[in-house]
Every structure is written in structure tokens, then in C-alpha cells.
Ligand binder design. Structure first.
Ligand code: IPE
Ligand code: IPE
Ligand code: MG
Length: 238
């Protein structure tokens, strides 16, 4: 496989609110346009050879938004899940949902479980929807699992923690993109993103498309990933 193409991309889809406000419309208008962008980008990932895409759809902190916006978002997630699963399944995409599902409505949980079960054996690509997701919450949940599993302290290592993350089989993201110009992580994939390349795009998420993804991949291909080591060509022989 071409190592210049990331295997797994994470996207912090930001800017829906600003996109809507520019048109004097409510945030929910921007979120709807954001769903259309997800469809475009998922297709572009497939075309460009990116195997897995993790999208940050709703953070554990986003409950602090106005009630009407939260309600509109939840309705949109439910509706989208219902409408898009058939097509995703037909395209062989496996759907994963990461986050604290027990805090979502029973109706939503049911949809999520159905979508994951239905697409569980698909091999053409992975869409990991981070919903009610927080990087810190995920680490807390992993710690709880360690304790529940009775792991003794001397057996707690990085592998033991990684195995207890929400998606232990997903490789770490190679590239994390944040749209709408903000330079912060906002609690996304804190553990898995330890060595991800970071890229900030000025494009607001509803306007993001294949061209923006191509630009991001071109930039990614120029990056030298070091993982803390000294690349051989930099070693001075004395
Ligand atoms: C991102 O867009 C979508 C979610 C957080 C659900 P925002 O709604 O955060 O957009 P801005 O930051 O207000 O522009
Ligand atoms: C991050 O965006 C969360 C999602 C994209 C779901 P936010 O808009 O919530 O992040 P902050 O508040 O600007 O840091
Ligand atoms: Mg935002």
C-alpha cells in the first residue's frame, strides 16, 4: 500500500454554525449541509484509497449548546443513519460509532446498533462516527474496563489501554484534519492521535469537498513522520 496515502483520517468537522450564520440561518441549517459534506468526503476517501475515516460529529461537551440545537442535531443523526445505511452497506462500508452510547436515547441506540450489526462484515472501508465522543471520556472508560477486568497495576501498559479503547481494531489516525481554521484538538482522539499529522483547513465544513481532501493529502505526502526517532538520512557520521 502507498504509505503516502493515509490509511486512517480523522476529521474535526467544524464551521457549520459560521456557514449558517453567514446566510442568516440557524445552526441546524449548517449541520444539514454538513451531512452532505460527509457524503462527498466519504466518496472521495474511497476514490483516493483512504481506508478509514473517523468523523467528529458530537462531542461530550456539545451538550452545553442551546437545547434546540442539540435536539436538531440528534434528529439529524437519527434521520441520516436511517436514510444512509442502505447505501453504505451496498458500497461495502462498515459503520462504527464511538462514544458514550448509554447517554443517547434508546431510539438512537437502537439505530446505531442496527447499523453496526448490519455492516459488520463489510470490507471496502470504515466510517467511524464519533458521537457523544470525548477523548478524555474514552480514556476514563478504558480505565474503568481495566479495573473491571481485574488487571493488576504491573500489567497496565499501553497495549492494555489500547485494547480497551472504543475501537481497538482501528489503526491510529495518520492524519487529523480540522476545518474552519481553528487550531485546537477539542478532545478528539487524544490517545490515538499521539503521532497523527495535524492539518488545519480554512474551509468551513459544509464547503469541504474532494478538492480540499486532495489538497490535504498532497500536504500529508510532504510530511516526514519521525515518531520521536532520528531518520537515517539525518544521522551525521563522524
Ligand atoms: C461543527 O460545527 C459541528 C458540531 C460541533 C456538531 P459548529 O457548529 O461547531 O460550527 P461553528 O464552530 O459554530 O462555526
Ligand atoms: C469540536 O468542535 C466538536 C465537533 C466537531 C463535533 P467544537 O465547535 O465543539 O469545538 P470548540 O468548542 O470550538 O473547541
Ligand atoms: Mg465549532
Amino acid at each position: 500500500m502507498d504509505s503516502q496515502v493515509p490509511r486512517h483520517i480523522g476529521i474535526i468537522m467544524d464551521g457549520n454554525g459560521r456557514w449558517a450564520r453567514r446566510q442568516s440561518r440557524p445552526a441546524s441549517f449548517g449541520h444539514r449541509a454538513g451531512v452532505r459534506a460527509i457524503k462527498r468526503v466519504l466518496q472521495a476517501c474511497e476514490d483516493l484509497g483512504v481506508h478509514a475515516l473517523s468523523i467528529y460529529a458530537f462531542s461530550t461537551e456539545n451538550w452545553a449548546r442551546p437545547r434546540a440545537e442539540v435536539r436538531a442535531l440528534m434528529r439529524l443523526f437519527h434521520e441520516t443513519m436511517q436514510r444512509e445505511v442502505d447505501e453504505m452497506h451496498r458500497r461495502g462500508v462498515r459503520i462504527l460509532v464511538s462514544g458514550r452510547r448509554d447517554e443517547l436515547s434508546p431510539k438512537m441506540r437502537h439505530r446505531i446498533e442496527e447499523a453496526m450489526a448490519r455492516t459488520a462484515n463489510n470490507k471496502n472501508g470504515i466510517l467511524n462516527v464519533c458521537l457523544n465522543y470525548g477523548g478524555r471520556a474514552e480514556i476514563v472508560d478504558a480505565a474503568r474496563r481495566l479495573i473491571r477486568d481485574g488487571v493488576p497495576p504491573e500489567r497496565v501498559d499501553e497495549a492494555a489501554i489500547s485494547q480497551r479503547m472504543y475501537q481497538p481494531d482501528l489503526p491510529d489516525p495518520d492524519l487529523i484534519i480540522r476545518t474552519a481554521g481553528e487550531h485546537r484538538v477539542s478532545n478528539f482522539l487524544l490517545w490515538q492521535g499521539a503521532y497523527a499529522e495535524m492539518l488545519v483547513s480554512e474551509t468551513l465544513w459544509p464547503d469541504f469537498g474532494e478538492d480540499d481532501l486532495r489538497t490535504a493529502l498532497t500536504e500529508y505526502a510532504t510530511r516526514v513522520r519521525r515518531f520521536g526517532a532520528r531518520p537515517a538520512h539525518e544521522v551525521m557520521v563522524s
